[in-house]
Design a binder for this molecule. Structure first.
Ligand SMILES: Nc1ncnc2c1ncn2[C@@H]1O[C@H](COS(=O)(=O)NC(=O)[C@@H](N)CS)[C@@H](O)[C@H]1O
Length: 438
């Protein structure tokens, strides 16, 4: 992409309404624009990151055996009356009437709808286990939307729903999602710690939140530092095998959010030097809720003995849009964002330090063409900004690799390669650049 033909509305000043660094940087880097409280337009640079995060989530859900579909954002109120949550959900629910005065709502979550879909088609335990998911926008009319995408009103969520014949099987589905979440967040360059959590409006008696440590997080957390160094299962993990050793390893080290923190246990189990009490961002939450929805909505299957029984369910959410902010909270410095390569909007930024100079223009064009031909996401800053401004822009928007092409270096056939994450620089031959970056 040529920057001169892209749409990147960089802000020079810090927007006053931004209270946390990720909100500030998303606005300054031209990634996001607020259209209403808690409702955002994803501008091109932000949209690219959102899509990369979405794709990692999708790949790990698929690897764990979940099957993707897409449910609508709008749902019938009657569906929620069946489960009894229509009134219980409270003012966070956006209630809508259509032209025929039919009562609808903008979905804050989809347990009722996926249960309705399931019960319409699945009648036998032989079709289980089943895990269906989608990546869809949600609406929750938060009292105080704030911190940009961290607590929005319209936000993008991956929500998966598992269906099993009994609790033992449902716990296996739960464990598959637990492992998939460990892999998902690690692939984004994040350390997300699973912590026991309250179940809240979703229900059930077993839940874990996945928390990314960050001073600006909304959740208070207490954990044993050892949890930060546990191994994340590899892509060859056997999802059909026994995952309990992995779950036990990750749940035997103390880690709890403030609402379920057990101070006595914390003090007795965690050595002083290992105690970490900080804040965190909830990037995902998983729930086992048994027959909560299948009872009320009559989602039954015939069991091995032929008798009909309600399925045991679970739901598993990831805050896809929240993750864009969470990654910035975890990966930034005083100059701007430092995107992990897996989610960066572009992998390489080519900076022409003397736009209009025949040599640097030709070299940049050649580099741009060759990298693009190899499928590398490249942003070529071909604007007539002076060099200093190009450095500032590239640092602000956080592209992992910068190739600085200046007349002096080029005279010796050299360019400078700068790594955004640690600021390290290396002079390399122009001819070598493509091989290094492809
Ligand atoms: N207001 C919000 N803005 C941005 N992300 C949010 C918001 N509310 C929740 N999330 C994200 O969505 C994830 C799942 O939301 S949840 O309420 O915990 N779980 C559910 O809704 C279940 N139905 C899981 S399928 C959260 O872990 C969080 O990362």
């Amino acid at each position: 992409m040529r920057l001169s033909r892209f749409f990147l509305p960089i802000l020079k000043e810090n927007p006053k309404e931004a209270e946390i660094v990720s909100h500030r940087l998303m606005l300054r880097a031209g990634m996001l624009r607020q259209e209403a409280a808690g409702i955002y337009a994803w501008l091109p640079l932000g949209h690219r990151v959102l899509k990369k995060i979405e794709q990692i989530v999708r790949e790990e859900q698929n690897r764990a055996g979940a099957i993707e579909l897409l449910m609508p954002t709008l749902q019938l109120a009657d569906l929620w009356r069946e489960s009894g949550r229509y009134d219980a959900y409270g003012p966070e629910m956006l209630r809508i009437a259509d032209r025929h005065k039919r009562e609808l709502l903008y979905g804050p979550t989809n347990e009722e709808m996926i249960t309705e879909i399931f019960r319409a088609y699945v009648k036998s335990y032989k079709s289980l286990p089943l895990n269906l998911y989608h990546i869809q926008w949600k609406f929750r009319d938060e009292q105080r939307p704030r911190f940009g995408v961290m607590r929005g009103r319209e936000f993008l969520m991956k929500d998966a729903y598992s269906f099993d014949v009994d609790e033992a099987a449902a716990r296996k589905s739960y464990n598959r999602m637990f492992v998939a979440y460990l892999r998902t967040f690690a692939r984004m360059g994040l350390k997300a710690i699973p912590m026991r959590a309250e179940t809240g409006p979703i229900g059930g008696d077993l839940s874990h939140e996945f928390i990314v440590l960050a001073e600006t997080g909304e959740s208070g957390v207490y954990c044993d530092r050892d949890v930060l160094n546990l191994p994340v299962p590899g892509e060859d993990v056997d999802y059909d095998g026994d995952l309990t050793p992995i779950i036990q390893q990750w749940t035997s080290v103390y880690a709890a959010t403030e609402d379920v923190h057990d101070a006595a246990r914390y003090e007795s189990e965690v050595p002083e030097a290992n105690r970490l009490n900080t804040r965190g961002i909830e990037v995902g939450q998983i729930f086992y809720f048994g027959t909560k929805y299948s009872d009320s909505m009559k989602a039954n299957v015939a069991g091995p003995d032929g008798a009909d029984a309600p399925i045991h369910g679970g739901s598993y959410g990831v805050g896809v849009s929240r993750l864009v902010g969470a990654i910035i909270e975890a990966c930034h410095d005083e100059n701007g964002i430092k995107w992990p390569e897996e989610v960066a909007p572009f992998r390489v930024a080519i900076l022409n330090l003397k736009q209009g100079d025949a040599q640097t223009d030709a070299a940049c064009e050649q580099l741009y063409r060759e990298l693009a031909a190899k499928g590398v996401d490249v942003l070529y800053d071909d604007t007539d900004q002076r060099a200093g401004a190009k450095f500032a822009t590239a640092d602000l928007i956080g592209i992992p690799w910068q190739v600085l092409v200046g007349p002096k270096g080029l005279a010796d056939g050299k360019v400078e390669l700068k790594r955004r994450s640690d600021g390290s620089r290396e002079t390399i031959a122009l001819a070598e650049a493509v091989a290094r970056l492809a």
